[in-house]
Structures are given as structure tokens and as C-alpha cells.
Write a protein that binds this ligand. Structure first.
Ligand SMILES: O=C(O)CCC(=O)C(=O)O
Length: 359
């Protein structure tokens, strides 16, 4: 990547929620390919899906425990071979990430994925708000080759995917497959409805993933407490010192950045990411879309669970509610109510025991 986004490119990213930068890392592709090839040889079955933010150390899979679909996922790859962190030293990329999630962001997560022919779809979802992700393609990806796919523009004015799709595993009529050539960078907001397409091709496809959070949206990273702190320090030392913030964990600072002044309703809407919670999401959407996310108390930083990409369009009640589908919405609300009731009963078992019992 050797230049900033043009105005047109920024506008298309803000409108669609994704952008492809062809050949952005072609110059270091052989190094990235070598690093990922070696790791795939070392861990031929990859790792079990990590239980992020639990402190659990991801475990390698074996021939016996390999994923049935043959996918290989290697978590925290940037700390297994520091060459994989080389893209983070790119000043144009750093500037772009900062423009999206605000100053002082985290390098939150990195993983490698190989998708074999025949692997099925991953269903539509949104990830928690306040982050940005990109993949670097290790080989050429045509349509339907196990790529990230996404509904353009769905990062704004859309409820959670499970309320709007009868079958989140089915292809969406407006979806685009994030295809490209080896060395391309595909940047996308995880707030958009996104999924993974089925792989109908004839060879394995390989991608590196990187994810970054604003410091107001999380008080830690996926690797903290899991990756050896010596490795974290060594990784940080590989990058220019002005990028060291990406590796710094400081929960106090996050708490301070996350304070939102205003009505009780507004504070509630910003208490945690609403990407999977319809009621909180409605208030979030009404307060957020089309508005400036700047944190007035901390210049350059953003309010929790915001990015500068959600400024592109105003909140539209009609657009937001017209996306809901009746049956999935009723099912989700029923599940929500059941969970709430279970929590109440767990906290207060006497609520059941004291009901009059028939003689
Ligand atoms: O491309 C994929 O495998 C899906 C990516 C995804 O769901 C994510 O990064 O959250």
C-alpha cells in the first residue's frame, strides 16, 4: 500500500462498508506466503475455534479431531511469525485504520484461514461494533471460493442479521463476494451483515485476517493473557515506536474513554455493543447513524462502539424497520424473553417455589 485512499475510495468504503485495494501487499507477498506455508505445515489441521476473551489457550487439532469440513484456522498468527505483522508497519494503512476507528486503537486479533473445496457457508452475522477488519489474500480468489461475503451498505440502518433473514446461511440477493488476487487487501466493517461463501472451486484458498478495535469499545484484545508477554514485546519492537499503542492494554484508559454523558437511555444504548441486541440497537441506531462519533473529551478518539464509517447515512426509521422479517423477529424476541425469565428464576428460585401448589 503506497498511498492514502482517494476521496472517491473513502466515499465508496463509507457507503458500502468494504473496499478492495488491489496489490496493496504484493511487495511482501512472497514473505507472507512463506510464513503461512510454514505454519500450515507445522499445524496441518489448524486449531480448534478459540474461546476468545476467556484466557483459554487455543489447542492444535489432530487428524482425529480435525474439522469435518477440512478448514484450517491458526489463531494469533502474527505472534507465531512476526513477518505476518509486516503490514502493520505501513504508514498509509495505519492512517486509514486511525481514520476509521480513531486514534490509539488496538491490534486486536490476527488469524490465518485455509478453506478447502466443498466447505459450506458460514452464516450471516455482525460482530461487535467499534472495529475494522481486513484480509490479505495469499492466492487468487474467484467468486464462490470460500470468501468473506457481505451485503453492501448493511453496516447502517440494519437490525441484527438473525432478525432479518429466515435462513442466515442462505446467500443474500444483494451479497458481494470479496474476491481478488494474491496480495490484495480487502477491508470490511464487521458491523455489516457478513458471512463466508461456500467453496465451489477446485483448490484450497488461503487468507490472513487482521482486526483492530477502538480503545473505547474494548478494554483488552483477543491475544492478551493468551500469548506469551515476551512474544508480545518482541512483536511490538518490530514495528515503529509510534505504532506501539496497538499492543498496549490499559483498562483504566478504556473505561475513561467509554464514558458517555447524556440521558440514561443514551448511556444504556452505549453500555455495550448492540450488534446482536435489537432493543438496544434501535436506540443506538437512532443516536448514531449520520452523526459525528468524535469523543469531545478526548480529541481524536471516538465514542464507544462507533467508527467514522457509520456517519455515511442518517438513521431512517423506515429503512431500519422495513428490514425486519416477522417470523425471525418473533422467534428472536421469544428466545430473548425466555432467557430473561431463566435469569430471573436463577437469581430468585423462590419465585417458583412460593407459587401455591395444587393439593
Ligand atoms: O471470511 C470468513 O471466513 C468470515 C469472516 C468473518 O466472519 C469475520 O471475520 O468475522
Amino acid at each position: 500500500m503506497d498511498k492514502n485512499l482517494s476521496t472517491g475510495e473513502w466515499e465508496s468504503l463509507a457507503r458500502d462498508g468494504y473496499i478492495r485495494l488491489p496489490g496493496a501487499f504484493k511487495n511482501i507477498l512472497p514473505m507472507l506466503q512463506k510464513a503461512t506455508r510454514e505454519l500450515a505445515q507445522q499445524y496441518p489441521y489448524g486449531f480448534a475455534d478459540p474461546r476468545y476473551y476467556t484466557g483459554a489457550i487455543p489447542q492444535p487439532l489432530t487428524k482425529e479431531t480435525a474439522r469435518p469440513d477440512g478448514r484450517i484456522m491458526i489463531p494469533h498468527v502474527g505472534f507465531r511469525n512476526f513477518d505476518i505483522l509486516a503490514p502493520l508497519a505501513n504508514s498509509y494503512l495505519h492512517e486509514l485504520l486511525e481514520r476509521i476507528v480513531g486514534k490509539d486503537f488496538y491490534f486486536s486479533n490476527t488469524w490465518y484461514q485455509e478453506v478447502p473445496p466443498g466447505a459450506g457457508r458460514l452464516g450471516y452475522h455482525k460482530d461487535p461494533r467499534g472495529s475494522i477488519s481486513f484480509t490479505i489474500l495469499m492466492d487468487d480468489h474467484g467468486p464462490g471460493m470460500g470468501n468473506t461475503c457481505l451485503v453492501p451498505g448493511s453496516h447502517i440502518n440494519t437490525p441484527p442479521a438473525s432478525y432479518c433473514m429466515a435462513d442466515p446461511h442462505a446467500p443474500h440477493p444483494s451479497e458481494v463476494d470479496l474476491v481478488g488476487n494474491a496480495g490484495d487487501l480487502l477491508l470490511f466493517t464487521p458491523e455489516a451483515w457478513h458471512a463466508r461463501s461456500a467453496h465451489n472451486g477446485s483448490r484450497r484458498t488461503c487468507r490472513l485476517f487482521y482486526n483492530f478495535y477502538s480503545r473505547s469499545s474494548r478494554n483488552t484484545t483477543a491475544w492478551a493473557g493468551v500469548v506469551d508477554p515476551v512474544l508480545v514485546e518482541q512483536a511490538r519492537a518490530k514495528l515503529p515506536s509510534e505504532y506501539a499503542h496497538m499492543f498496549e492494554i490499559n483498562p483504566r484508559r478504556s473505561q475513561d474513554l467509554a464514558i458517555v454523558h447524556g440521558s440514561a437511555l443514551k448511556s444504556w444504548a452505549y453500555q455495550r455493543s448492540s450488534s446482536e441486541e435489537i432493543f438496544r440497537d434501535i436506540f443506538y441506531a437512532a443516536h448514531r447513524y449520520g452523526r459525528s462519533p468524535e469523543n469531545e473529551r478526548h480529541p481524536g478518539a471516538l465514542l464507544p462502539y462507533t467508527t467514522r464509517l457509520s456517519q455515511a447515512r442518517m438513521f431512517s426509521v423506515v429503512e431500519y424497520f422495513s428490514r425486519l422479517k416477522l417470523i425471525p423477529t418473533l422467534k428472536n424476541i421469544f428466545t430473548l424473553c425466555r432467557k430473561k425469565l431463566q435469569t430471573i428464576l436463577r437469581k430468585n428460585p423462590r419465585a417458583v417455589a412460593t407459587n401455591p401448589q395444587p393439593m
